[in-house]
Design a protein around this ligand. Sequence first.
Ligand SMILES: [Mn+2]
Length: 427
Amino acid sequence: MSALDLLPGAIEATNADRAADHDADLDALAARLARRGVDAEDLIARVSGFTVAVPSWGTGTGGTRFARFPGPGEPADVMDKLDDCAVIDRLGRASPRVSLHFPWDGDDPEALRQKGEALGLGFDAVNSNTFQDQPGQALSYKHGSLSHVSREVREQAVAHNLRCIEIGRAIGSRALTVWVGDGTNFPGQQDLTAQLDRYLDAAHAIHAALPDGWRMFTEHKIYEPAFYSTVVQDWGTSLMIAKELGEKAECLVDLGHHAPTVNVEMVVARLAGAGKLGGFHFNDSKYGDDDLDTGAIDPFRLFLVMREVLAAERRGADLAHMLDQSHNVTDPIESLIVSGAEARRAYAQALIVDEDRLAAAQAGNDALAASQALKAAFRTDVEPILAEARRRAGGALDPVAAFRASGYRAAVARTRPVSQVAGGGIV
Ligand SMILES: [Mn+2]
């Protein structure tokens, strides 16, 4: 028996416990929404159609530069990670696809494809890793990858990205996310302009290798691991790169990769307006790239970002939504379930904004009324809509309660080896 077989009984039991309260809450919310001209059935359908990909690397306990505290039953390999991703989707019903990271997730596309098919999971964007060295690697990325001064290192980094595309093709992915750790720690360490030129030259080679129907996401980050400068430091550079590379290149916005006071929803609006918004890495932060759980710190910002997502989608944008966060003190499965729901919550809140009221306020320069129109949507507790979307898809009304009742973590802890990796480092 697989540990996954523990889920149906737990979903059924916890749903039965909560059904009466949930039905009453849903009826009350539907009536309230109806008075505002919002059809609850329509909202449930829209929410059900909004999904976020789970990052395979997020299923293990994360860490900081200081330490990592492994939890019980951590995935030992990518097959375990995919099992955990299946748990997340079966309970939360918001994440039918997984975003893989190579070479962390091996080099056996056929095995990945078969496993995904067996679990009912698809694959979202594949992520390349040229920010650390792997055992047996010929050349080091210590001083950069796609922007390295050495042509040989750049070629090695390009070749890795091409391999990621190859694996992605075999498993049904249709996008490659490129984030590099390239940058400098000292003024003068590198020529800032020449460094970006080298990056562009290498990125062109990757872009040229993209199959039809594929996209390449360029992900910017203001700092870390380089602390003085990074090669793709902000959305402006990311946009320059995407425009320079061509049609298949688009910008990915990781919510944590900006300076603390940056207006991220503005960044999203600008990239969407330029026709170069490709997708997101959702997470949350208080100070920098904290990689905290989506919606954990500033749910209002997430809502405002989702407003821009919705606006872009209404204009025809096809956006890739992924989670990218580090779970240092929680069970990663629980965090990823909750984060998928938080993304959906913000999306649902964005959907119920009274657009006519907002447009009238904007046309009349009535700032207060405009703000109130947004707040009215943000203050609405849409949890019954989210829960109903889960239940109708066979998921749990309360997925964390169902997960805890299932005993899944204890079951896999009996069969998976205890993780020995206690050192610091990113995940
Ligand atoms: Mn990211």
